[in-house]
Write a protein that binds this ligand. Structure first.
Ligand SMILES: [Zn+2]
Length: 380
């Protein structure tokens, strides 16, 4: 429940085909940021020799404007990453704005280290450039009212901090991605990722300590680094372990058939009694166009499903792949899209079964075990 609430985000706009989402955490963090900024604004304003109550807009209004300015700064930072990704032929699934920064879901990876450096550096460089422009403008524009000057300088500082902070070599932050790309030619991608992740985890320790004494936000960022470094390393490990294997080999064929009128509770009963992983909802549409219900769909519907039928909740948008596709590529695409299941078809259009992230994780674990057992140095 908590986990599903933490995954909640809303799409507010689409820029060049990329959905821009805002994360639920902003509901708490945006007001906090507004209060922090209004205090800082008051401080800067008085440092310019002006008293409270002399600004046209009250400090709290400037705080709110600056909090949204921070969001805009994060959006421009992420867009810069995405534009480089797109120009390298990599699809961008979405951008999610959070108060700790943004997350761009990028489908696929840039294989060439130099291109990866450009993609990772584009965000921080954009932030630094925005900061520089606003700083110079706030200082140099003649006749600019003092409060606009104070707000402009604060906005510049926010962007510079965003840029410098992301350049910390703490994988999976941008600086850590640059470090990984720099290590890749000499060590190979997996070893470079492991090394960069280790550096990130080591850097997270002083960051968390600083956070405890100065700013709790730093503790959150340290946690994000440690969790992100572990998750990205294991994702890459799984892909390396599965590379060259057919995804069809891991497809689970336990798919049942139900009619659209079947009540959802009865669908759940079929899952249990026949030990199924999915059902096909037969409504006259056959082949790749048919609707399916996976165990994940059933869990998502939950109690609301009591009054619904299979036809109400069947999905036709389950990703579809051929059995001969590379398992590592399928896993990567599913992860990038945040999808939990993929339908696998034989070349003749017959469904082979369904593959979930858990199935591929299990297969990778076995492949890893096999690698250890078969390694010449471990054999006697
Ligand atoms: Zn970035």
């Amino acid at each position: 429940m908590v986990a599903s609430a933490m995954n909640r985000s809303w799409t507010i706009a689409t820029i060049r085909g990329i959905p821009i989402r805002v994360h639920i955490s902003l509901l708490v963090l945006l007001p906090l940021a507004a209060i922090t900024f209004s205090n800082q604004f008051r401080f800067y304003y008085s440092s310019l020799g002006l008293g409270p109550g002399e600004s046209v807009l009250p400090p709290l209004v400037w705080g709110i404007i600056l909090a949204f300015g921070l969001l805009l700064g994060i959006l421009l930072h992420e867009l810069a990453h995405c534009m480089v990704a797109i120009s390298n032929g990599v699809r961008v699934e979405s951008i999610t704005l959070m108060m700790l920064g943004g997350i761009s879901r990028i489908e696929g990876e840039i294989a060439r280290p130099l291109r990866e450096v450009m993609m990772a550096a584009a965000g921080p460089l954009t932030s630094l450039a925005i900061g520089a422009v606003f700083y110079v403008a706030a200082k140099a524009l003649p006749g600019l009212p003092a409060e606009n000057k104070a707000a402009g300088i604060l906005f510049a500082i926010v962007n510079v901090v965003l840029g410098i902070f992301n350049l910390l070599p703490a994988f999976p932050m941008d600086g850590g991605r640059i470090l990984r790309a720099a290590l890749t030619p000499a060590m190979g991608r997996l070893a470079a990722t492991r090394r960069a992740a280790l550096v990130g985890k080591i850097l997270a320790v002083p960051l968390a300590l600083l956070g405890i004494f100065f700013n709790p936000l730093l503790v959150l960022i340290a946690v994000f680094i440690v969790l992100g470094a572990s998750a990205e390393t294991s994702m890459l490990e799984n892909r390396v372990l599965l590379a060259g294997r057919r995804v069809g080999a891991f497809a689970d064929p336990r798919i049942g058939n139900v009619t659209p009128e079947t009540p959802v509770w009865h669908v759940a009963e079929r899952f249990l009694e026949d030990n199924l992983v999915a059902v096909r909802v037969g409504d006259g549409v056959n082949g790749p166009g048919a609707g399916y219900i996976t165990l994940g769909d059933l869990e998502r519907v939950g109690k609301k499903g009591a009054r619904l039928t299979a036809g109400d909740i069947a999905r036709r948008d389950l990703p579809r792949v051929w059995a001969s596709h590379d398992a590592a590529a399928v896993l990567q695409a599913a992860q990038a899209r945040g999808r939990d299941a993929v339908l696998v078809f034989e070349d003749n259009g017959e469904p082979v079964g369904i593959v979930t992230g858990a199935d591929l994780g299990r297969a990778a674990a076995i492949a890893s075990l096999l690698q250890d057992l078969a390694a010449p140095e471990n054999r006697t």
